[in-house]
Each structure stands twice: as structure tokens, then as C-alpha cells.
Design a protein around this ligand. Structure first.
Ligand code: ZN
Length: 511
């Protein structure tokens, strides 16, 4: 009998030990608080552009936040191909990053057979964590949507908006896209809870086909709503529980067009990140926050390099906020990655205006046939004050007005004939068109932008491959518990798997 008891104690002791062994690595290694930051369209070229700009303009002693993070060593590359194809779309890439599954283009939150999949937001909530999404595009746009919604097509943004409000369980949702939340026939600026949306942020009519007032529905589920920078700043994060922030009808204005002198009333990505962290950090069980720098992609589709630079700096400042938070909250994992590259940007050498020969101290003369691009290219980029899109919009199709817009807002000039060529519509399609690689400029209406990019490219040693996405593997890097797993060659589906694993859960999993 005695012997049997000792045996039992021995076995249960061993079992206990095994249990401890089994569970402690997963729980001990995991991060209670996770901030996943996605630069949409942020290929390594865009990262390099931002780093080089900062080096040449500000010197190596003031590295970017992302640069410091990469240099710390938890840095890798991520393959981005989607289900069955080499190049990915933002919806499938976001689904890969949210659910750990490869799917077909345009699909949100479902696998390639249409099965709804569990996301990092779902797992975080099961564990009692707070959850949040931030984007400077629209709340219903592909990247944020893939973290909370399921849809066969990313364009079903009205349905996606309804899903967000119906689930009603995100603590923080900050973005644009108010046009999908107000009833059909209403202007966003006329909605009683969105009166604060600044005109320059982008007013506009509802895109809904029904009379649902999703803002009202969200309020009945306990949400407070805010609509501009002031309301965000005045919000008391100590008492705020659930906050829905819709700051523009559609996407935010480009970062270059919402610099302080443009006074758009739209908060920056860093202001949004800071507030979201303060709200969610009240939960003792931690949180999961996704922050998207969503417009790197948009301006890269338009081959507008100076605007890409502004989007990158905007995103980097938000990374700085996340890192500052992590510095005082050591249980925080910060992960930075991209969904794909957009545009195939190249800063390249050319035979345009090679520099003059230089007499060296050795007595020799140094001569070059080529222009390898010096600080001057960044100084020219820095002179751009508006996005190509805004210059085109503000010139309303008039070549003389476009010529003036370019002269006022950039380091470049163009003749009225060149301006006319940029605006000229192809009689066959009714859109401006590039002369070559037409098939890679799929958004006909916006082709004037890449035409501007091509015209000014030689002045700033800049060339673009396409107006769409490329296969280029993207970077991934991070800091905090579990970040050491971000080293080497990864696949985009590995990113959420690593995060889920830290929480003792596993992805992919059906919803
Ligand atoms: Zn894109």
C-alpha cells in the first residue's frame, strides 16, 4: 500500500513536472502584448529609399526607427506569393498575415476553398486580450479587413463594415472609410456623430445601398465615436472603453498632403498608435494591435517616389511610438513587415548629366561617364510639397494649370505640351496611358501619375518597373519576446503562426 502511494506520488510528480515543462516554454516565451505593423506595398526598395534619404540628408548618427530595429538583428525576409500564383494581392497577403493561410487574390479571411479562417484577432479575444486595428486607408480596406472580416471579395466593403459592427468586439478601430458606415443617400459630414470630419480630410456621400446606420449600431454596442485629430487628442484614454474613429469618407489624404501646412484635421499614424496603445494597455491580459501604413502602396501604384518617402517617414514615426511603448512594457512584441512590394522602384545610375571631372589630391583626374545619384536627388525629392494625385486633381485636367502646379510644388518643370501629354486620354480606352508596359498599369484613371513619375525620373535617378505589385520578398523584423524567430527566410504565413505560438495557440485554424 505504502509503496503504491509512493508510486502514485512519483507518477503524478512526474506528470506535474511534464506539465510545467510542456506549458512554460509556450507561455513564458510568448508576448502578452503584440503590435503587428504592416507597410502596405513596402518592398525592400522603399525601405532602402527611406534609409538612404535619412543617411544623406540627416547623417548616419540619426538612424530611422526601422533601421535601429533591423540592425538589432531579429531581421529576415518574407516570401509573399499567394495560393497558386507568384504575385500577391493585398487581400490574400493580409489573410496570410492574419490567419496563416495562403489564399486566392481578393479573398478576405477565407482559405482558397472559401472556408472561413481564424485570425490573430479571434485568438487574442479568446484569450481575453483587447484587440485593435489602425489604417490610414479605409477601415474596410483589404489589410485591416482581413483581421476581423470574411468575404469572398475585398470590394464588398459595405458588407465588411457591417461585419465589423456586428462582431462589435474590437476595442479600437481607427481609419477612414466612413462612406461605408452611413445610410444610403447621406453625406458622411452630415451624420450627427461624424460632424467633426474635416473637409480637407475628405467628405463624401455614402456608398451603402441600404438604410443601415452602422455608426448608430456601433454606439448601441458601446462604442464612442471620434472623427478628427482634436477629438482624438481630447479623448480620455483612462476612461475610454471601445472607440470607433472614422476620420475621412474614404482613405486619408496622402502623408505628403497631410503635412501640417495642409491642415487636414486628420491625425497621424503615430498619434493613432499612441492613443490606441493607451486605451488597450488597461487590459491586464494584454492586447493585439495591427497598424497599417497603407498608403505606401497607393502612391507606389502612382510611381510617385517623393510621396513614397513621406509615407515611409509617417510609418517610421509610428514604429517609433511602438518601440517607445515596448521600452516601458517589456512583455511587448513588435513585428514590422509588408504585404508585398509595389511598383518595383529602382534608384539607379544613368547617363543623364554625369558629374564633372574631379582633380584628386593624388594629381590624377577622376572622370565618370555615368550619374550615380548624389544627395541632390534627395534634395529634389524633399522639394515636392504635394502628391502627384493632388496636383492632378487641383489642376482639373487643364495642362496650363498642371504646369503651374508642378512648378510651385516640385523641383521640376514641364512644358505645356508635356502636361498635355500626361493628361491626354487614349481615344480607345478614354484614359491616359503609358506608351509601354500598358498591361502593368491596370488602373486606367490613374495613369497620369506614373506618366509624371517617368517624366521626372531621370532628374532623381528614379525608375519604376510597373504600376502593380511585384514578387520581391519583403523584410520582416521585430523586437520583444519571440522576435528571434523572425530571422532568416520566412513565408508570410509564418508571421501569424509565430505570434499565435507565443500565445500557446496555433494557426491556421478554421473559424
Ligand atoms: Zn496595391
Amino acid at each position: 500500500m505504502k509503496r503504491k502511494i509512493r508510486w502514485t506520488i512519483g507518477i503524478s510528480g512526474l506528470f506535474l513536472l511534464l506539465l510545467v515543462f510542456w506549458f512554460s516554454p509556450a507561455q513564458g516565451a510568448g508576448a502578452k502584448k503584440v503590435i503587428l505593423m504592416i507597410g502596405d506595398g513596402m518592398g525592400p526598395q522603399a525601405v532602402g529609399l527611406a534609409i538612404y534619404y535619412n543617411r544623406f540628408m540627416n547623417g548616419p548618427e540619426k538612424p530611422l526607427h526601422m533601421e535601429r530595429l533591423m540592425a538589432a538583428g531579429n531581421t529576415g525576409y518574407c516570401l509573399t506569393y499567394q495560393y497558386g500564383t507568384v504575385v500577391t494581392d493585398s487581400a490574400s497577403a493580409a489573410t496570410a498575415l492574419a490567419s496563416g493561410v495562403k489564399t486566392r487574390d481578393a479573398i478576405i479571411g477565407k482559405d482558397h476553398d472559401g472556408r472561413p479562417m481564424k485570425t490573430l484577432v479571434d485568438i487574442a479575444q479568446q484569450q481575453g486580450k483587447s484587440t485593435g486595428v489602425i489604417s490610414d486607408t479605409r477601415l474596410t480596406h483589404a489589410t485591416p479587413a482581413a483581421f476581423y472580416a470574411r468575404s469572398i471579395h475585398r470590394d464588398k466593403e459595405n458588407e465588411i463594415a457591417a461585419q465589423l459592427v456586428e462582431r462589435g468586439d474590437l476595442t479600437v478601430a481607427f481609419s477612414g472609410g466612413a462612406q461605408h458606415f452611413v445610410p444610403a443617400g447621406m453625406k458622411v459630414e452630415d451624420h450627427p456623430d461624424l460632424k467633426g470630419i474635416d473637409k480637407k480630410a475628405g467628405w463624401g456621400g455614402s456608398k451603402r445601398k441600404d438604410s443601415r446606420d452602422l455608426i448608430g449600431e456601433a454606439k448601441s454596442k458601446g462604442y464612442n465615436t471620434i472623427a478628427n485629430e482634436k477629438e482624438l487628442t481630447n479623448m480620455n484614454t483612462r476612461t475610454a472603453e471601445k472607440v470607433l474613429g472614422l476620420f475621412s469618407a474614404s482613405g486619408f489624404p496622402s502623408a505628403i498632403d497631410r503635412q501640417s501646412h495642409h491642415q487636414t484635421g486628420v491625425p497621424t499614424l503615430s498619434q493613432l498608435t499612441e492613443k490606441a496603445l493607451a486605451i488597450m494597455n488597461k487590459n491586464p491580459r494584454g492586447f493585439f494591435l495591427m497598424v497599417e501604413g497603407g498608403q505606401i502602396d497607393w502612391v507606389a501604384h502612382g510611381n510617385d517616389v517623393a510621396s513614397v518617402l513621406h509615407e515611409m517617414m509617417e510609418f517610421d514615426r509610428a514604429i517609433g511610438v511602438a518601440l517607445a511603448f515596448a521600452a516601458t512594457n517589456p512583455e511587448t512584441l513588435v513585428v514590422i513587415t509588408a504585404d508585398h512590394d509595389t511598383g518595383g522602384l529602382a534608384l539607379a545610375y544613368s547617363n543623364y548629366q554625369p558629374p564633372l571631372p574631379v582633380q584628386l589630391p593624388s594629381g590624377e583626374t577622376w572622370k565618370t561617364k555615368y550619374n550615380f545619384g548624389g544627395k541632390g536627388i534627395f534634395e529634389k525629392m524633399a522639394k515636392q510639397k504635394k502628391s502627384f494625385q493632388k496636383m492632378l486633381r487641383d489642376s482639373k485636367g487643364d495642362p496650363a494649370a498642371l504646369k503651374k502646379e508642378v512648378e510651385i510644388n516640385t523641383a521640376f518643370s514641364l512644358s505645356e505640351e508635356q502636361a498635355a501629354a500626361i493628361l491626354a486620354k487614349d481615344p480607345r480606352t478614354g484614359y491616359p496611358e503609358t506608351k509601354e508596359y500598358k498591361e502593368f498599369y491596370v488602373s486606367g484613371l490613374n495613369t497620369s501619375m506614373p506618366l509624371m513619375g517617368r517624366l521626372f525620373g531621370k532628374e532623381i535617378n528614379t525608375a519604376w518597373a510597373v504600376g502593380t505589385h511585384t514578387h520581391t520578398p519583403v523584410m520582416v523584423f521585430g523586437k520583444g519576446p519571440g522576435a528571434e524567430k523572425l530571422r532568416g527566410l520566412l513565408d508570410n504565413v509564418d508571421v501569424p503562426k509565430i505570434i499565435a505560438q507565443g500565445w500557446g495557440a496555433s494557426l491556421p485554424a478554421p473559424k
